[in-house]
Design a protein. Structure first.
Length: 293
């Protein structure tokens, strides 16, 4: 019994580290985007992190070789889990606030619930539909600050943030069968391949000025490389090993909350009654959608 309690305690501690590390990345990424363009910044950080993850996997005597039959599934998972989630989500941050980007991205479980109907033949329940209504109401409330009058840039940011959530949700539904590789190796390959693509596109089309980065920006870059794409993946796997999947997934809903609060402190973004109510509605809907997990 003591070992079970100790496992749960360590699991919740790892969950807290993961959530805080991923959450703080949102405002720091916004700061970094003031100096480097999104695909280049995220791509370079991800490629660097993938080498660190690969070295960590090798230190654990884990093989990096990918079975030939698993390559198509690995590439599809890379598209949805990394290029869509990280790439589109980062580009969206140029046009929307941290609060808007985080909440829109974390509607992913609601979209996954909807995709599960035609793909897995899992019909939504009344609770699921109520969760959908809550989630839509929360997003609508969040975006209603200017009476739903948006410029072209804001509309692009909203569209990209929703697309990153939708594609990530689709990937979660279609990629249910685990890849025949250790989790750390899977992440190293996905982050490396997805972020290398972002880096190439960033160099070709964004024409980054590498020397434009300041010490503050460099600190944000180092943090993004080491913590959310390094330490947090290790603690996340420990969380999944020690806690039930539903508990772990529901606990991660603290990420957008911490992200929005830290953005208010670091960036001075608005955090009033409307933002708190929008978070409560959206995350309430997401919580209901996660209960089927």
């Amino acid at each position: 019994m003591d070992s079970v309690r100790r496992d749960r305690t360590i699991g919740f501690l790892c969950l807290g580290v993961t959530a805080a590390g991923w959450a703080l990345n949102w405002p720091l990424m916004k700061l970094l985007l003031q100096q480097w363009p999104p695909l280049f910044a995220r791509g370079l950080a991800g490629v660097s992190a993938s080498f660190i993850l690969a070295m960590l996997a090798l230190s654990r005597k884990e093989q990096l070789a990918v079975p030939r039959e698993a390559i198509p599934r690995l590439l599809f998972a890379t598209l949805t889990n990394v290029f869509a989630w990280m790439g589109l989500g980062t580009v969206a941050m140029k046009y929307v606030s941290v609060g808007e980007g985080a909440l829109l991205a974390y509607t992913m479980p609601i979209w996954a619930m909807l995709f599960a109907w035609p793909v897995l033949h899992t019909r939504p329940t009344v609770r699921d539909m109520f969760g959908l209504v809550l989630g839509v109401a929360g997003v609508a409330l969040l975006l209603s600050g200017n009476g739903f009058v948006f410029g072209a840039g804001k509309l692009l940011g909203i569209g990209l943030a929703l697309l990153c959530a939708i594609l990530f949700a689709l990937g979660n539904v279609l990629n249910r069968k685990p890849l025949p590789l250790p989790p750390l190796v899977v992440v190293a390959w996905q982050v490396g391949l997805g972020c290398a693509t972002m880096l190439v596109l960033g160099v070709l089309f964004e024409h980054p000025n590498v020397s434009a980065i300041t010490p503050l920006g460099l600190g944000c870059f180092v943090y993004m490389t080491l913590v959310p794409m390094g330490v947090c993946y290790v603690t996340w796997f420990e969380t999944l090993r020690r806690l039930p999947p539903t508990s772990a997934s529901t606990g991660m809903l603290i990420v957008p909350v911490i992200g929005v609060v830290s953005a208010a402190i670091i960036l001075g973004e608005p955090l009033g009654l409307r933002e708190w109510a929008a978070m409560a509605l959206t995350l309430g809907g997401v919580t209901l959608a996660l209960q089927r997990a």
